[in-house]
Design a protein around this ligand. Structure first.
Ligand code: IPD
Length: 277
């Protein structure tokens, strides 16, 4: 039987590439930066224009599909995942990087049906790396198959997480304490590239062995979750339970051993849910 969602995926790759071109062009001009929830939560006109381009191009072909887009949610749209075919969009994942011309900036789109991710596309547009993954069919970067490192020994691992002060001093303290705990296991190192979607792709292609984060959103996770899963990675909740797209937290790793060790070491804090009222 023909793959029912392949046509959607093909359109997704095409639209994502156009979005990436728009971002690269915007980088040649002055960038007008606005604040969202805090002085470190940034948005630009390009985030909004890119999201409009993506949603209008997809709606033209699939008018009955649902959308959860970072900038639409910021403007008041609901962030509820239903059984309907749903496009989960981050027009610029790594907006702070974009503002500073730091070269990890991506367009990330995940597509769910009955709440299950069917495919994910992450376009690291400055590096010109197009990561694609269709459920059950593997993960690719620019058409070449990718897979996780398979590393099982945490002492030999390079880990990724993101650091940033987001207004709650208690959470900030726990975040720093977690980093200290992990560095003293010891591991080879911790890096913070600044785009959740690219972080997952770095684990997917074996450049890093794990990534953990509390406080991101479904649009940061959906595209990369498909890529890392299809590349043979392990994905779970920070508590060790099943990964939940709306939970705002995750661990991805090259092996179950590393993921489970991180579960043991990391102290959790409450970040709420994307689908909370
Ligand atoms: C951000 C990036 C970053 C993470 C932030 C996210 P955005 O996404 O993924 O790595 O630390 O929590 O908000 O806002 O640039 O789409």
């Amino acid at each position: 039987m023909a793959d029912p969602w392949q046509e959607c995926m093909d359109l997704c790759v095409e639209v994502t590439r156009r979005a990436g071109e728009m971002i690269r062009e915007a980088l040649q001009k002055d960038i007008d930066v606005m604040q969202k929830s805090s002085p470190v939560d940034l948005v630009t006109e390009t985030d909004q224009k890119v999201e409009q381009l993506i949603i209008s191009s997809i709606k033209e072909k699939y008018p009955t599909h649902s959308f959860i887009g970072e900038e639409s949610v910021s403007a008041g749209a609901p962030s509820i995942l239903t059984d309907s075919p749903t496009w989960i969009i981050d027009p610029i994942d790594g907006t702070t990087n974009f503002v500073h011309n730091f070269p990890f900036v991506s367009v990330s789109i995940g597509f769910t049906v009955k709440k299950e991710i069917q495919f994910g596309i992450v376009y690291s547009c400055i590096e010109d790396k197009m990561y694609t993954a269709r459920k059950g069919k593997g993960a690719f970067c620019n058409g070449i198959p990718i897979k996780v490192s398979g590393q099982e020994d945490i002492n030999q691992s390079l880990l990724l997480t993101e650091v940033g002060f987001k207004s709650d001093p208690e959470q900030f303290k726990i975040m720093l304490a977690n980093i200290k705990t992990i560095l003293t296991i010891p591991v080879h190192g911790i890096r913070s590239p600044g785009s959740a979607a690219i972080n997952m792709c770095l684990v997917a292609c074996g450049s890093a062995d794990a990534y953990y984060h509390m406080g991101i959103h479904c649009w940061d996770m959906a595209g990369g979750a498909a890529v890392v899963t299809e590349a043979g990675g392990v994905i779970m909740d920070i508590s060790g339970g099943p990964f939940d797209l709306m939970s705002r937290r995750l661990i991805v790793a090259s092996s179950r051993a590393i993921a489970e060790r991180l579960v043991k070491e990391i102290i959790e804090f409450d970040v709420g849910r994307d689908d909370a009222d």
